[in-house]
Structures are given as C-alpha cells and as structure tokens.
Design a protein around this ligand. Sequence first.
Ligand SMILES: N=c1c2ncn([C@@H]3O[C@H](COP(=O)(O)OP(=O)(O)OP(=O)(O)O)[C@@H](O)[C@H]3O)c2ncn1[C@@H]1O[C@H](COP(=O)(O)O)[C@@H](O)[C@H]1O
Length: 104
Amino acid sequence: MEQTIQELYDQVLERKENPVEGSYTAYLYDKGLDKILKKVGEESTEVIVGAKNSQAELTYETADLFFHLMVLLVDQGISLADIQAELGSRVGQKSKLHERSDWR
Ligand SMILES: N=c1c2ncn([C@@H]3O[C@H](COP(=O)(O)OP(=O)(O)OP(=O)(O)O)[C@@H](O)[C@H]3O)c2ncn1[C@@H]1O[C@H](COP(=O)(O)O)[C@@H](O)[C@H]1O
C-alpha cells in the first residue's frame, strides 16, 4: 500500500482537528511546538546518519522526517499548496551558484 504526501498531510490535519485517543500525532499537538521542533531536529539528524549507512535506512528515516514535517506544517497553518507555490516560484530562476567564490 502506498500513501501520498498529500494523504499523509490530510490525515495529520484530521488528527489536529479531531484528536483521537492513543494517536501519536494528537500527542505531538498536545505537547506543542517545541516538542514538534525537537522531533524534526532529531529526525533530521537520523536522516543524516541513515544516509551514511544504507539506502534502506535513508528511506526509513526520510519517511519519519516527512511525517514530522507534515505535523509541523499543519501546526503552523501552512498547506502543501503553500510549499508547492514556493517551489513553483523558483522554477526557472537562474542559479546563483556561479556567483559563489567557492564554486568550481
Ligand atoms: N506516518 C506516520 C508516522 N511516522 C512515524 N510515526 C511515529 O513517530 C514516532 C517516532 O519514533 P521515535 O522513537 O522517534 O519517538 P517516540 O520515542 O515514539 O516518541 P517521543 O517520546 O520521542 O515523542 C513513532 O512513535 C512512530 O510511530 C508516525 N506516526 C503516524 N504516522 C501516520 O500519521 C497518521 C496518523 O497516525 P496516528 O498518530 O497513529 O493517529 C497515520 O496516517 C499514520 O500512518
């Protein structure tokens, strides 16, 4: 079974709007922003470690990070459309890489 990022976002949003007993997502919202940020930080570090170890570990840890990022975005009232719009605004932007002195 597969789950799109949008489906994950929608489920996480549903947990925010209708907290369910025993839900880890609802627990994170209950704990608040600092807890969510702590988890995003931890999962980011685990992605870095995972990338050094194996593709399987990187995949697993990236899924964990995506989940916690979705929780953060929902908590802060940011939609996936907001992120897509930001990414879209960058399409075709000239890379500034050539302006960097350390570029070779
Ligand atoms: N995708 C996820 C998902 N990925 C990771 N996790 C949870 O994230 C936690 C990360 O593990 P850690 O060991 O870092 O954290 P922990 O020690 O359990 O918790 P802390 O004490 O650190 O807070 C685990 O409890 C995982 O179960 C997730 N929990 C839920 N989802 C999805 O979120 C939706 C809502 O699920 P519920 O939260 O169960 O309602 C569903 O679609 C789920 O599939």
